[in-house]
Design a protein. Structure first.
Length: 129
């Protein structure tokens, strides 16, 4: 079981992601925006950050970069409703996974499992251990 932090501004999507990952056996905490995620990351140890890219106040890319400063080992998966090709150009670490909405629950759980197994690099802007 992993500790996963979800930062997603859409209430229904946040609830959907939380339930899916809890059913897969993970401990999940969810927040509605990137600015709410940073103090949570600073206070506790998470294995994975699942962040929407487009959020008010702080987007997911900035969140991942700042989270990486707080916890260099934190792995990140981005989710977006926009074309992943355009988004990938903004991400400084090409191995960060981007899931385009809509996605199937099985795809989400598979990508989380891959990230936790070490098949994704830590947060953008950080150095792997």
């Amino acid at each position: 079981m992993a500790r996963i932090l979800i930062a997603e501004d859409d209430d229904s999507m946040r609830h959907f992601l939380t339930r899916a990952l809890q059913r897969a056996g993970h401990e999940v905490l969810a927040v509605s925006q990137g600015t709410d995620a940073l103090p949570v990351i600073a206070e506790g140890r998470f294995d994975l950050l699942l962040a929407d890219i487009v959020m008010p106040e702080m987007d997911g890319i900035e969140l991942a970069q700042r989270a990486g400063e707080l916890d260099p080992g934190l792995k990140v998966i981005f989710i977006t409703g926009f074309a992943a090709v355009a988004v990938n150009q903004q991400i400084s670490r090409p191995t960060a996974k981007v899931l385009s909405k809509p996605f199937h629950l099985r795809e989400l759980v598979d990508e989380v499992d891959k990230a936790l197994a070490g098949k994704l690099m830590p947060s953008p802007g950080t150095k792997p251990h």
